[in-house]
Design a protein around this ligand. Sequence first.
Ligand SMILES: Nc1ncnc2c1ncn2[C@@H]1O[C@H](COP(=O)(O)OP(=O)(O)OP(=O)(O)O)[C@@H](O)[C@H]1O
Length: 895
Amino acid sequence: MMHGPCGASNPSNVCMRDGSCKNHYPKEFSDVTLNGQNSYPIYRRRNDGKTVIVRNVPLDNRWVVPYCPFLLAKYDCHINVEICADVKLVKYLYKYIHKGHDKVSYHVVSNVPVENQDEIQAYQAGRWVCAPEAFWRIFGFPMSEMFPPVIVIPVHLPNHQPLRFGSKQPLAQIVNNPLSTKTMLTEFFFMNNIDPDAKRLNLLYKEFPEHFVWEAGKRKWKLRQKQVVVGRMCTVSPVEGERYFERLLLVNVRCPISFEDLMSVNGIKYGTFREAAVARGLLESDEYVDGCLAEAALFQAPYCLRVLFAMLLVYGITADPQLLWDKYYSSLSEDFLRRGSLTEFEVLKETVSAIDMVLTSMDKCISDFPIRFPPNLVTANDRLSRDYQHECSMSVSNEDILSMRCLNVEQQIAYDKIVRQLDSQGEGVFFLDGPGGTGKTFLYRALLAYVRCKGGIALAVASSGVAASLLPGGRTAHSRFKLPIDVDDTSIGKISKQTSLAKMIIEAKLIIWDEASMASKHTIESFEGLLRDLLDSPRPFGGKIVLFGGDFRQTLPIVVRGSRDAMIEASFVSSKLWNHITRLQLCQNMRAREDPSFVEFLLRVGDGEEPYVIDDNIRIPSHMLIPFTDESASLDRLVESVYPSFENFSSDPYSVINRAILTPINDCVEEINDLLLDRFPGQVKEYISFNRTNDVVQQGEYEDYLSTISTSGLPPHILKLKKNCPVMLLRNLNPLQGLCNGTRLICRELGDNFIKAEIAVGDFKGVHVFIPRIPLESSDKLKCPIPFKRMQIPVRLCFVMTINKAQGQTLDFVGIYLREPVFSHGQLYVALSRAKCSEAIKLLIHPDFKKGGATDYTRNIVYRVVFELARGIPSFSSSFFFFFFFFGQVPFAYL
Ligand SMILES: Nc1ncnc2c1ncn2[C@@H]1O[C@H](COP(=O)(O)OP(=O)(O)OP(=O)(O)O)[C@@H](O)[C@H]1O
């Protein structure tokens, strides 16, 4: 069915209102179906050049009314079906039931003279009941049904019980009726106080109707025998003040026995619900920041306190930074004061500089915040030259110096080639291509050591925080080169030539960019434009020596819900710059060198050469499999393989940190993490988040829903932790000091307002940090359709993590849980290649009954075209290396 035509071709069409179409035709062309503004779908309408003539006007795809081709053909009429894939679209479920498809407006025209007509009465609304509906109603069949039934439960302040009475009922009778004061809420408290079942079940208010029935006549709760129901508290807007805070407490406090009990926290009775909510950490407030710093100051760790203070400033959690600065200055400067040799001014300068240094790594500076200091305490020049000095004087570990002499043959060839260019002050852009574990990081470290030992500047960056934390002095490429986050083909990084950052980049002898295969081509092109601009050179990358590295078998740049073509198009190999790059190949797997048959298997999986059994499924060697018997028993076996005994792990948490269960989707991560936390020894502590909608009007309406959202970029609403458990950081908090998105940590202390954690991997292993609650947003618009911020400690348990989060990490033991098969290029390969040998891997594959229920094969997605594009450049000694690539992993050193 075609709409219209309307608009200029037919301005009098029925859809025209004020000169434009009320149904917004013609729609936009779109290659794919997208979620549009306010969750209305933008359907796929390809610009294929086809038109049809409707009432003498040529109409293209933009005029087609959405329809379902199957239903159209089957019933020979226009039927459209929309699937609610987003919470905002649920409105359709209700809209069409209540809107009344059969409702009509009609006008009754009478012969009465116009001046005597009652226009309002003349306008009528009526219903037209079609024959099937008439029959349906006559037979008394239900027209609509909701399952399970939803019981709405009231929220009222003490002595504010809502009361219904007749206009003629005597007031004394109402007041003296003992039942009038009883509501579902007061009786919920009563039951929690006296009823053994209610005590045993330890319920939240909203859970109560699932287990108890409300007897309206007797105004009391009775234990429910059967029937499934859902309880929902009525919504309360934050503008209602105390009633809103009371509801917030009722959402989170189990088994309260009275209003007073609800207002008590740890034995302290607060005067208001708001104060009680703040004390429970359910509300964002300045009291929280104060409490957080006061608690942290007790640890007498001024370095950690300064990092914490900087985080609280950056995330804008405090309204009055000056007040906090004055109050905590002595704790923040404690170590400088203790030195004794510094003047008061020098102590101040050192303290401010130290905080400023942390702020710089988060792209801020102390002068961005309203704290009064003597003028020019830390100047912009100080800041930049500090960064410059830091890079110039980067220390080199003995291990890295030694690595220059331990390179294998392939590494040595690549190393020599780059060193030759460095020594001859030449130029060159390289791509170090090697499967996971072939020693790319090892080679980067050797090259960084070479340049730095000679006093030169070598900049090390990576696409992800985890990879950056494995390089000495590593930063994420975005933060180091100030690259825009949302880049397109016109973006160019911008750094003023007068700054010392520009000086540092210009003087850098070598720039290394790890995991460039994960960076989008626009990001790399933007970086290339920046180099040309800074170096005033038309040559690619401004004539610098740049070494990119990565593995195109691993995951490609993320294009949210992007198609295969979109991912390939976004990849580095699709960039025009790819032709200017010399490829260096590493093949010998150093991580899994003890297990050559595993290495060969890995490569076949990564290259998409492992034979397919059915569709795109490959068979997994039986010794790597956990046989599927039933859901919980098989999962138990997987868990036991990865974490045989938690008793030993809690005394040596480092042995947990290098083990993990990997899974492609986030859905079961939280569930299995919670299961494992239960088995982990120790007392559990819960941190409940506060979810704040960006539009304050939506707060009351969506608050309950927001707390159910679980997505990989956000910590859970209820974060459960135990002392010594492993967690993963979810934000780049302080990349300079190893706190990157993906850094693994061990929880050492569980404070009321923050956790004290120890960095468990990378160059900053062993460093302690305080991690407070910060406001976090998710970029996943589909899972988070209502824009909101979650105030929570930005960590997740990492007994289990998604495969994408594990990229770049080496693990001692890997469990792979495939409740759903992998869904994107390279995921199976990334998961398998985290281990050093096949003995250190166990896979559990859920049977796919559509494919015969087998549990020994699973999907492997490989976009081979990426490899073809990658090979489209001159490959350095490629034939020499490919010989070994295909004919076994014979180490060159043995030849
Ligand atoms: N020449 C070498 N001599 C000894 N050990 C090496 C050598 N090269 C690499 N290794 C070791 O092999 C392991 C894997 O190396 P590395 O992490 O550098 O690989 P990678 O290619 O960067 O892996 P990924 O792509 O998964 O990050 C490390 O434990 C590293 O120390």
